[in-house]
Design a protein. Structure first.
Length: 342
């Protein structure tokens, strides 16, 4: 699947870093050193796995040295913080993986969105099987999981809107999404009220009843080819939308109205939006020209760190215990890591 830096390279990870204002040279650190040292280098260091562009990065919330990354149709796993990687996708086949999703309550359970439907693993991504009953299209672009009831999932498709599962992906049912062009590239769930969710594609749509009914809420947006969405975890009326080329939009009223929020961002695609759950005024985005941070709720942005040899960034991930080690996947096929401080 080709990637245009001036259009889109959507990913689904919802994570955040804690970069420093300082940008300085430093020696290379191994993942173990990064975990142990209290002196942050503020420089990105590459840690494989190489190959095609990285589409997803996932960090095990219980065992921080366990990482997962996707490159095209391959899932790689590392058990040493990115030092070494091995392929772990028997049963999945060589197909583009748009979203790799971990069950928040069970880090051994994964879901993968592909062009051949949804696949599931219950053994830490070691083995996969299709779980597509009820899906009327194999083209799955995005997945989202209810953070309070992980048996509820949503799948965004290429051309047929949104499907919902209430039994951990065993069966799916198409839900009523009033899309004029039902190409869904992004899904986001309100973490406080999970029956409220958003879909992004040709505009932004919102449901407040668990996906049964939807309405468009793209008022005020221009170029509304939405690639990524994020909901503020403490003030869920605040929603961010990354739109195609060089646009980041913010709503403070649950999507009813939108304002541009990209002062300091490069005029290129926004692939991921990340909100600090403890300090939601701190927001990060991954772009085709690096990682950027805002400390004022998206009003102003500044690039994070130095040392990225390939600045086209897809997914970001961080360890959820210390939130000081950030991983970034690039379209050059590498996962970079940086050690940060609050």
């Amino acid at each position: 699947m080709g990637c245009n830096p001036d259009r889109d390279f959507a990913v689904s990870m919802r994570v955040f870093p804690y970069p420093s204002e300082a940008e300085q040279d430093s020696p290379t650190f191994s993942p173990a050193q990064l975990s142990a040292t209290g002196t942050p280098p503020y420089v990105w260091v590459t840690h494989g796995p190489g190959g095609r562009g990285i589409g997803n990065v996932v960090v095990d919330p219980q065992t921080l040295t366990i990482l997962y990354a996707t490159t095209g149709g391959t899932i790689f796993k590392s058990i040493d913080g990115g030092g070494n990687w091995s392929a772990v996708n028997p049963g999945l086949g060589d197909q583009e993986i748009h979203t790799l999703l971990m069950d928040p309550g069970n880090p051994s359970t994964f879901y993968a969105a592909t062009l051949k439907g949804v696949f599931k693993s219950t053994d830490g991504a070691a083995n996969w099987s299709a779980t597509n009953a009820g899906l009327t299209t194999p083209y799955i672009m995005a997945l989202a999981i209810d953070p309070q009831t992980p048996s509820i999932l949503y799948a965004g498709t290429e051309g047929q809107g949104v499907f919902k599962s209430i039994d951990s992906g065993v069966t799916w049912k198409q839900v009523d999404i009033a899309l004029t062009n039902p190409y869904v590239h992004a899904l986001a769930i309100d973490p406080v009220t999970p029956t409220t969710l958003y879909s992004g594609g040709e505009g932004v749509f919102k449901s407040t009843d668990g996906g049964n009914n939807w309405r468009e809420i793209s008022q005020g947006m221009t170029l509304p080819l939405v690639q990524t969405l994020a909901v503020d975890p403490k003030t869920p009326d605040i929603v961010y939308a990354g739109v195609g080329k060089g646009s980041l939009w913010k709503s403070t009223d649950g999507g009813e109205n939108w304002k541009i929020s990209n002062a300091g961002l490069p005029d290129t695609a926004v692939s991921d939006i990340l909100i600090d759950p403890e300090k939601p005024s701190t927001v990060f985005v991954a772009t085709a020209r690096g990682v950027y941070r805002s400390k004022d709720g998206g009003k102003n942005w500044r690039e994070v760190g130095t040392g990225l040899s390939h600045a086209m960034i897809g997914p970001l991930a961080f360890d959820r215990q210390t939130t000081t080690i950030l991983y970034a996947g690039t379209l050059g096929g590498d996962v970079y890591v940086i050690h940060l401080t609050r």
